[in-house]
Design a protein around this ligand. Structure first.
Ligand code: FAD
Length: 285
């Protein structure tokens, strides 16, 4: 089982072809090696590993799951700088993991898969890339990710708009936002991270949302900064979690007595009635 020697050829034959060098594809590769199978290739359309974390570099980009949980269970990292690590640190973690597990020789960069056929008589796949590679394989794994492709809404008149337009996933860092009037659309995970970063720089920031989102304080304390900061944040987090959510994160957190429950949910930037009513309802409970 040695595919590494054959990889430079335009047509290769392997046991497993994996599409994508994000967390999913890399994990598959690590587990294949662990099982003793080195007869595989990772086909990646980008020029580097990382997937969503390679493509997204907007200001304030960071994990919104605690970093000790947002890492491979078998490749823990003890020195995350913050509870919710910034994007660059996550990218470095991915790069380090690729080196640690010696995955680079298995990856073919700039290879966008655009065709795959299964032959029932041979039980094998023929996979083709836009750059002209053909891969004959027995197993074909799609780890192509759900979220790395920017979704630009079709807004009437957008094409005629004379100002700068950018998607958070394609942030133009050369464009200076200082003193500009900015409209931000959406209040999902990305906007919630970049809006606080750009707000102090711009002249005016207007945030539009279709559906109201719950927003809680970030509480991304530096790890090891001060134990009291940590425990205060943990307590506030526990209080918030204890008030409403269920499931894994709820277990182990004690629900505080009603009179001590803080107003930990804050209204989002919008003054929409849906948002306000949710906030009011929450505060009464
Ligand atoms: C801005 C942002 C922040 C996020 N934050 C969090 C978070 O805090 N916590 C959390 O749990 N999740 C978060 N996510 C979700 C994130 O998508 C997953 O956590 C995880 O990174 C997905 O890994 P993946 O390998 O499945 O996909 P991806 O990371 O998307 O990787 C897919 C890879 O496949 C490649 N690919 C796709 N199609 C082809 C093709 N045809 N040919 C060749 N290569 C191809 C892509 O180039 C990419 O490198 C976030 C997502 C985004 C976009």
């Amino acid at each position: 089982m040695t595919s590494k020697a054959k990889i430079s050829a335009k047509t290769i034959s392997v046991d497993v072809a994996i599409v994508g060098a994000g967390f999913g594809g890399l994990c598959m590769a690590i587990k294949l090696r662990e099982a003793g199978n080195e007869d595989f290739v990772i086909l990646e359309k980008a020029a580097e590993v990382g997937g969503a974390w390679y493509f997204n570099g907007y200001p304030g980009a960071a994990c919104d799951v605690q970093s000790h949980l947002y890492s491979f269970s078998f490749a823990g990292k003890a020195d995350w700088s913050k509870r919710y690590a910034p994007r660059d640190e996550i990218e470095n973690y991915i790069l380090d993991t690729v080196e640690q597990y010696q995955l680079r020789p298995f990856i073919q960069f700039n290879q966008e898969v655009n065709e795959a056929h299964f032959d029932e008589t041979t039980g094998r796949w023929t996979v083709r890339t836009a750059a002209g590679m053909t891969i004959d394989c027995r197993h074909f794994v799609l780890a192509s990710g759900p979220l790395h492709v920017p979704n630009v809404p079709s807004i009437k008149g957008l094409k005629r708009f004379k100002g700068k337009v950018m998607h958070s996933a394609e942030w133009d860092h050369s464009y200076d936002l200082v003193g500009k009037k900015v409209v931000s659309i959406g209040t999902g995970g990305s906007a919630i991270q970049y809006c606080p970063e750009i707000a102090p720089k711009v002249k005016k920031l207007s945030v539009f949302q279709r559906s109201a989102a719950w927003v809680i304080p970030g509480m991304s304390v530096a790890i090891g900064e001060s134990s009291s900061a940590c425990s205060n944040a943990s307590r506030r987090y526990a209080n918030c979690i204890g008030r409403g959510s269920t499931g894994v994160m709820n277990r182990g957190w004690r629900r505080p007595p009603a009179r001590r429950r803080p107003n930990c949910w804050v209204p989002c930037a919008s003054s929409s009635s849906a948002c306000k009513s949710k906030t009011r309802r929450w505060r009464k409970s």
